[in-house]
Design a protein. Structure first.
Length: 132
């Protein structure tokens, strides 16, 4: 569950991911010292359990159903389990985001859902491979 009331939430696997994402974002948007004032709350997936906790129901479905959460981003490391990871995300989030594609597009997915919410998912390498 979201540990912040920020309407923009980003879920990452671990501390290294948090550091990389925060550094990248800090180069493009103002990032205040107080993390509660940040433009997005970066959540580490259940701290010690990482990706297993993120993909285990009902973590994501409960996360996106929270009334204050408007936008959810999920960034996972790319590996050989990419399709299975997406299938788990799809199974947890399809009821809130009925337009989610059945198969993960190569450059990730951004989809609008019920109650004016938005979900984005990508794996680290695919997010940085987009054509310019």
């Amino acid at each position: 569950m979201a540990k912040s009331l920020n309407p923009r939430q980003l879920i990452v696997e671990g501390h290294d991911d948090l550091s990389v994402i925060a550094e990248l974002m800090g180069q493009h948007v103002d990032w205040p010292r107080n993390k509660d004032d940040a433009p997005v709350w970066v959540e580490i997936g259940e701290r010690r359990e990482g990706v297993d906790a993120i993909l285990k129901a009902p973590y994501l479905s409960g996360f996106v159903k929270q009334p204050h959460v408007r936008q959810v981003g999920i960034v996972l490391d790319a590996d050989e389990k990419g399709e299975g990871r997406y299938a788990s995300i799809l199974s947890q989030c399809a009821s809130q985001f009925p337009d989610m594609p059945e198969r993960l597009p190569s450059d990730g997915v951004v989809v609008d859902g019920l109650d004016a919410k938005r979900l984005a998912y990508g794996s680290c390498p695919t997010m940085f491979r987009r054509e310019r």
